[in-house]
Ligand binder design. Structure first.
Ligand SMILES: Nc1ncnc2c1ncn2[C@@H]1O[C@H](COP(=O)(O)OP(=O)(O)O)[C@@H](O)[C@H]1O
Ligand SMILES: [Mg+2]
Length: 394
């Protein structure tokens, strides 16, 4: 019985998992999860693409590493594989929770883990009647939010199932608030209602923290987080052009992160999550913004060569050589003085504000090969593969 990597498209992360499995001597099989017919009938189950029959591969699979990219496809994949008797990493139960920011926050809230104040209104911004007439609910929804969160301090409206900073909108005036609510039309990334959050007074960075568990072992939090940083946008997603650094985590934060993992992974023997957290720094800063912007500019310049390698098509044709090239470029970036200076400021600031940290999201299928791994030193493929291996009954 083997471990299967299930995926839609083979990107850097999936290639990284394959490469790491080779290095660890773990056999992997592959299950495509896009143009494949999964069929059930009185004759049993089959799985076929146009060119290949995957049925026996799936039959011989004990554990599925679910790397389907879209949240919907990933949830469906875990559920199907579990129904076929496979162990999954992560389980459909965890996928179901992480799919929705609100569901994630409900679980954290229930455990007493610090979160940003979050308000959910089940009503959609617009209702369309049978006769085509539209009813606008933006004003009522805005009133409900304003009852809970002072608008002057900022209200963040977010698509409940969004990713990469999409549809995360900050409003500070009534006009902006109504416009943002209007944007949240019911869609695949916002299936129902409207979610609002208080604006966390973070500084120029937020954190991505990796927690994982293998069967038969205690859960662990990796000691170093990836910090995404920049002043460009209140959203610090790297997707939006922000820079990455690493930051050693205080023990109290590591312990809280483990608690998050335990609740999100409840009921499963192995799991892995990338937790997003913000620090409510307010004025508790340890550097001057002007100085910091200067240092960030220098770091951004040094990051140029990294971005160039990332865009190099060589990653598709010669992944290993491309990885070596990427590591070299990333180390060049990490070795500049500004990187070290910014990293130190972040670490010191996290330590100063460790009791003001809030968790706001959990990613069940994190990207890691290009940023997390090189910034923090953790190759997420290792806990992922070890977790899968631990699920195989010997
Ligand atoms: N309540 C908030 N206060 C301040 N910044 C926020 C808040 N919510 C999100 N952000 C910023 O926007 C980014 C994206 O939001 P997030 O909820 O992580 O959604 P996603 O990463 O799925 O798009 C966060 O990393 C953070 O920088
Ligand atoms: Mg996020």
């Amino acid at each position: 019985m083997s471990i299967a990597l299930l995926y839609e498209r083979s990107e850097s992360d999936e290639n990284g998992i394959k490469f790491t499995a080779q290095q660890l001597g773990i056999d992997l099989t592959y299950i495509p999860f896009r143009k494949i017919a999964l069929s059930i009938s009185k004759n049993g189950f089959s799985a076929k693409t146009k060119g290949k029959d995957y049925t026996s591969i799936i039959n011989g699979t004990a554990v599925v590493l679910n790397r389907a990219q879209s949240k919907n496809r990933r949830l469906q994949a875990s559920y199907i594989m579990e129904m076929l008797g496979k162990k999954t990493l992560n389980t459909s139960q965890s996928e179901f929770i992480c799919y929705s920011k609100l569901r994630t926050l409900l679980h954290l809230f229930k455990e007493g883990i610090p979160i940003p104040k979050t308000v959910f209104v089940p009503c959609d911004s617009t209702d369309t009647l049978k006769n085509g007439k539209e009813i606008h609910n933006e004003k009522d929804i805005a009133d409900l939010f304003e009852q809970e969160i002072p608008l002057e301090e900022g209200i963040v409206i977010k698509a409940d199932a969004g990713t990469h900073g999409k549809m995360i909108m900050l409003s500070k005036t009534r006009e902006e608030l109504e416009a943002s609510i209007k944007e949240t039309k019911s869609s695949i990334i916002n299936p129902i209602g409207v979610v609002a959050q208080e604006l966390v007074q973070k500084w120029f960075y937020d954190l991505r923290i990796i927690v994982s568990k293998e069967k038969g072992k205690h859960p662990v939090c990796y000691h170093t987080a990836m910090a995404r940083a920049g002043f460009k946008d209140f959203r610090t997603n790297t997707f939006l052009g922000n820079l990455v650094f690493h930051a050693k985590l205080p023990l109290s934060i590591q312990e809280l992160a483990v608690k998050c993992g335990k609740t999100l992974g409840k009921g499963s023997e192995a799991w892995i999550f990338a937790l997003d957290a913000m620090v409510d720094v307010k004025d508790n800063k340890n550097a001057d913004d002007v100085y910091l912007k200067g240092e960030l500019d220098k770091a951004a310049q040094a990051f140029g060569p990294v971005q160039k390698v990332k865009a190099d098509e060589m990653r598709l044709t010669d992944f290993e050589a491309w990885t070596v090239k990427l590591e070299k470029a990333f180390n060049g970036y990490k070795n500049i003085e500004s990187y070290e200076n910014i990293k130190n400021i972040i670490e010191e600031n996290v330590e100063k504000n460790k009791s003001a940290l809030v968790f706001h999201e959990s990613n069940s299928c994190p990207e890691f090969w290009e940023n997390t791994r090189l910034a923090t030193g953790l190759n997420v493929a290792i806990p992922l593969l070890n977790g899968a291996q631990s699920l195989i009954d010997h």
